[in-house]
Design a protein around this ligand. Sequence first.
Ligand code: PFF
Length: 443
Amino acid sequence: MAIRRGHFKTRLGFILAAAGSAVGLGNVWKFPWLAGENGGAAFLVIYLVIAFTIGVSVMLAEFLIGRAAERNPVGAFVRLKGGAWPIIGYMGVAAAFIILSFYSVVGGWTIAYAVKTATGLLETPETSALGGLFAAFTADAVEPLVYHAVFMALTVGVVSRGVGAGIERACKVLMPVFFVLLVVLCIRSVTLPGAAAGLKFFLAPDFSKVTPGMVGAALGQVFFSLSLGMGAMITYGSYVSHKANLPGAALWVTSLDSVIAVLAGVLVLPAVFAFGLDPQAGPGLTFITLPAVFSRMPLGGLFGTLFFLLLFIAALTSAVSLLEVAVAYFVDEKGVGRIKATLTVGAVIYLLGIPSSLSLGVWRDVTVAGKGIFDLMDYVASNLLLPLGGIFIALFAGWVVYPRVIDEATGGGARPFRWAPLWKVMCRFVAPAAVAWILIAGL
Ligand code: PFF
């Protein structure tokens, strides 16, 4: 069997790669519109509570399982226990196909918007006109599919060469630039006239708005944003040195991801209110409000282009981890060559994404259970497959292989792991019960 066992060189490199997987469209594109649709600040609070209890615990479980097994998600469960457990790994591989199919469509939008911002989009600063342009662009039967192909081809290009030096080094430079730009844009957004209402909406919680559906949406978003429940973090964990402190890494990645989601909310939502848009505008929210912000600042064309380029890079580092899950499975378990596996899986995922893209235009009327295809893909993966995977990953770490993973966490007793008792209770009881309850209530 062809086993390619790379290793991250440093703990920082590993944290940045894991953060590169976590930080992506989920933070900047999805989080603001979900918060907008679900009551703003109350959603933010519930999101953060779930992220720092269930999210960080499941992430640590994934890291530890991955490092203990040094395998892809299916192979990891086979190696550590076998029986029916590898089903969780297969579910993860399926989720990778589904998520990347629509993720790549939106990734294509970021490239399109980098190009459009550079070439005159901002000459139409009216938000209604920008809304119309976005609707016309996404409804087109050809243009978004071309950008979807470009995004997918780039993802395939990176993964086929291995995640190693290129992408890791690029992340180290570009993620900090992205962060600084985000802060600058936040300042512009909150100083727009009329921004205060948006800040209040995002930062002053009204808990009467809490519904089971909203808690379910927050849970799904935690799993999506932290790349949990499908084995992406198992895969990355399998490349870490046995010396690295994984509990600390899980806390770092969760914190970085949350800070960036909050900043994206502070960027997008005040602008929504300042320009009199509806915060419930859905997936178009970010792509309509941000150009409006750029058009109202000096050098907006430059900042706008740079911003969409960096967002594209954030999306690419996440897409790479999604594709890596599926490719690692075929390489490790089926002995398929890396290039062949990457090209084939990439092509299949591209085709899977086409209906999602068309569902925003010509196939607008095709619905299943009241949802368009794009929303359905997102819902099935984020709100069903990932939380379900998370339940079993937590149970597996907490009950089935607990001594083994504790050994991994402490380096055989050499390092302290102070919140081990808490983590054990989270994995054994709290995370599975809470996620199961939220899942059932959400249905
Ligand atoms: N966490 C990514 C984001 O927030 O954009 C999306 C994602 C990547 C989900 C990898 C799942 C995954 F395995």
